[in-house]
Design a protein around this ligand. Sequence first.
Ligand SMILES: [Mg+2]
Length: 250
Amino acid sequence: MYEQIKAVLFDLDGTVYYGNQMIENADKVVQRFRELGKRVYCMTNNSTKSRQQICTKLEGMGLLFQKEQIYTSGYAAALYAREKGYKSVYVFGTEALKEEFAELGICASEAAEVVVVGYDMEFNYQKLTDALQAALQAKTIIACNKEKHYPGEGAKRMPGCGAMVGALEGSLGRKADYVIGKPNPLLLDVICTQQKLKREEILVVGDTYESDIQMAQEYGCQSIYISESEEKEPGDTKRVSHIKEILEWL
Ligand SMILES: [Mg+2]
């Protein structure tokens, strides 16, 4: 099965782990794909951590990845900003998100043309006030994603980046100009270019229909949808109720 697939792209929250807890047998699924000669990558809309920090987190769960195998909406936002020629950004998000921009030579500034909004668990009114000042001056507002909520520890629903974007949009009275993360297939485009892959050679594995699966389908990748619910019609995607079921096919 999946002979034409060269690379498998795993979503992280709700697919590989919940909070700091690895989902049962996720490591075995990754390992099995590697034994079959597939390249394995991870993607996340979560821009809180840098790619290196995600590697460290995965390593703590016994999953070894290189930084270059991790794709986050924060990294994609920095690549997008570089492509657009922006020299500085105002980051309404974590220090790790600032670092992604700094690594590509884009510095943080209070008076930048662009404001980037990322998920931040230390989000507060003061940070929103500061971001509003920057956003009132800026030409462009970029959101790392607009996810409403995501599965945290014990699958508890946690407010996502959409809450931070919504707070800024609400105080600013206008919408963000561009949304980087899933379901925008920008991340897939970056992966195809950097890893020299064709879209039909990628298999996306994810637990959110509206982001992971729609992105894969829109871009022309194959996909596996992990869901216990029967509500959504999966189209041409395969559905499993738990990631460990994938082992039965490989
Ligand atoms: Mg997920």
